[in-house]
Write a protein that binds this ligand. Structure first.
Ligand code: HSE
Length: 401
């Protein structure tokens, strides 16, 4: 296929926008012109001459010589407006905006068909790990049992620093912010939203279901304490924030985001700092493990460049799993074994443990390990961050009968 000459209109010049600029400048063989960059903040000092920038999005959107929009801004709703306007006027788009894609997944899918344009978003999940294209191309006919991993660089960075160096949660978060890993609102990282948006996008390509993010349970690392880290260390585990999606039967999947104990013989154990990792388990390919930098300007910029390049050759996602339609149901009726650190017995009762295998009651902390139902956990979702508890998925296989 011949390569189309690319004239790019770029939205956003933050960490990822600048990362992309560096990556593009270093890619000798690849020719693409960034015609204009639209930014919001007039007071920020820019490292390029001002004639490269505009504050008016229409200057890019109405420019017929621009044939590709690259959207790298922070605000998901504004991004949605830019991206849909571009698509409706026949321009293809590359974006890294996970919240936008996850929240408007089906609509964006429909718009691609209707206006015969392409929307690529490899950078939105796992940054430098090419997981979306792998799911589309390599796993198109594979019977995928499950996919799990680490999809948020910031929380992984915090957990790594707490575990390996004994640094406080607050200090580690500050470092992650300084290094440009965290979202502008870091609660998106530490409370598991960001990992969930990425999981929803991955689910669209792994199983062909466009999940409503609100339907998926997520819980992050905000309430982790020294006690939890100590417990994990004593048992030889690390705690990682692990999104999971998997089949419960032929046509049904379940998914959730929860911290998880990882033992030293597991792939994810050594996925540290801002690195991400994804494990797929499939009928024929068996277990596979992908790892790479999951946050940061250059890592994310490299995935954006790969999409820009793919676009220039006319690549589009075919949404093969959606077209096959084998998976049609989503369930939260799923049993999990968790560790619950808590203080108040009344709070523990809310979890409705179906079985308990371990119980500890100390002067300051108690914990219980046992089986609960994901549906019940989901009902507690708005209360959990305000309770003096911490939850970790033990990862043990639970009999679902
Ligand atoms: N804040 C995100 C993370 C950036 O920490 O993973 C990459 O999507």
């Amino acid at each position: 296929m011949t390569q189309q000459k690319l004239r790019i209109g770029l939205f956003g010049y933050g960490c990822v926008g600048q990362g992309l600029h560096d990556v593009l400048n270093s890619s000798k063989g690849f020719k693409a012109d960034i015609v204009k960059i639209c930014v919001k903040d007039r007071s920020k000092k820019r490292r390029l001459p001002m004639e490269n920038f505009t504050y008016d999005k229409n200057e890019i959107l109405n420019d017929e010589s621009i044939n590709l929009i690259v959207e790298l801004i922070d605000d998901a709703e504004e991004a949605f407006s830019i991206v849909t306007t571009a698509m409706k006027s026949g321009k293809s788009v590359v974006t890294a905006n996970k919240m936008m894609v996850a929240k408007h997944f089906k609509e964006l899918f429909d718009l691609q068909k209707k206006h015969n344009v392409s929307l690529l978003y490899e950078a939105s999940a796992g940054a430098s790990i090419p997981i979306i294209r792998n799911l589309e191309e390599y796993y198109d006919n594979e019977l995928l049992y499950s996919l799990r991993g680490i999809l948020n660089g910031t929380s992984n960075y915090i957990l790594t620093k707490m575990h390996n160096e004994g640094i406080t949660y607050e200090a580690a978060l500050k470092e992650a912010q300084e290094k440009g890993f965290a979202e502008t609102d870091p609660t998106l990282d530490v409370d598991g939203w960001d990992a969930k948006y990425k999981l929803c996008i991955i689910t669209g390509h792994a199983y062909g279901l466009f999940l409503e993010p609100g339907e998926v349970f997520h819980y992050g690392i905000r309430n982790i304490s020294d006690f939890d880290i100590r417990y994990a260390k004593e048992k030889g585990f690390k705690i990682k924030l692990v999104p999971y999606v998997g089949k419960t039967n032929e046509n049904t999947i379940t998914s959730f985001v929860l911290p998880r104990f990882i033992s030293s013989d597991k792939y994810l154990y050594n996925v540290d700092n801002e690195y991400n990792g994804v494990i797929t388990e499939a009928a024929f390919a068996d277990k596979q493990f992908f790892s790479g930098k999951g946050a940061g300007g250059h890592a994310t910029g490299s995935a954006v460049l790969s999409d820009i390049s793919a676009n220039s050759y006319g690549y589009r996602y075919e949404y093969k799993k959606y077209c096959q339609g084998t998976v049609s149901r989503y369930t939260r009726d799923y049993k999990l074994e968790i560790y619950l650190r808590y203080k108040d017995e009344k709070e523990r009762e809310l979890f409705g443990f179906e079985e308990v295998s371990e119980y500890f009651s100390g002067k300051f902390n108690k914990y219980v390990i046992g089986v609960i139902n994901l549906g019940r956990l989901y009902k507690l979702r708005d209360k959990l961050n305000n309770m003096d508890v911490f939850i970790v998925n033990t990862g043990r296989k639970v009999d679902q009968k």
